[in-house]
Design a protein around this ligand. Sequence first.
Ligand SMILES: [Zn+2]
Length: 157
Amino acid sequence: MADEGEAAVVNRYLQQTPVDLDGMAAELGLAVERSPLANSIAGKLIRDHAARAGYRIVINSHDAPRRQRFTFAHELAHFMLHRDLVDEVVDNALYRSPNLGDDMERQADRFAAQLLLPAQEVRRAYRDDKVLASLAERFDVSDTALRIRLRELGLAP
Ligand SMILES: [Zn+2]
């Protein structure tokens, strides 16, 4: 689990949307790389001893920009939640990895949604604007990710 310092960094970044994942990762001491990976791979969390936190997030640069952001958030979630449980994570295109169970993958998906679509900011934005495309733009997420989050927060059917 994240220590107090990391949680504070994350919470600070959640105050401003779209959430600056690059800034957050840099402050957490992570290296971030966008590289063309096989279509079957969305991203990875791998060891990198040159990075302050000891890890590197790799994002498949073939993917659409908003999908890359979800991958980024999902790998950040693995770093925050699961780095003490497994050495490295390689997520397939469905965000499942061979060495973490489905429960932990769902946990990473939920955490990723919280990073990209912080509850308080989403509730505030939704009061002023109920147009999905413009809300998705505001948070720089896919329409699908937004729709799932609105349902989760009880804001949309
Ligand atoms: Zn994963």
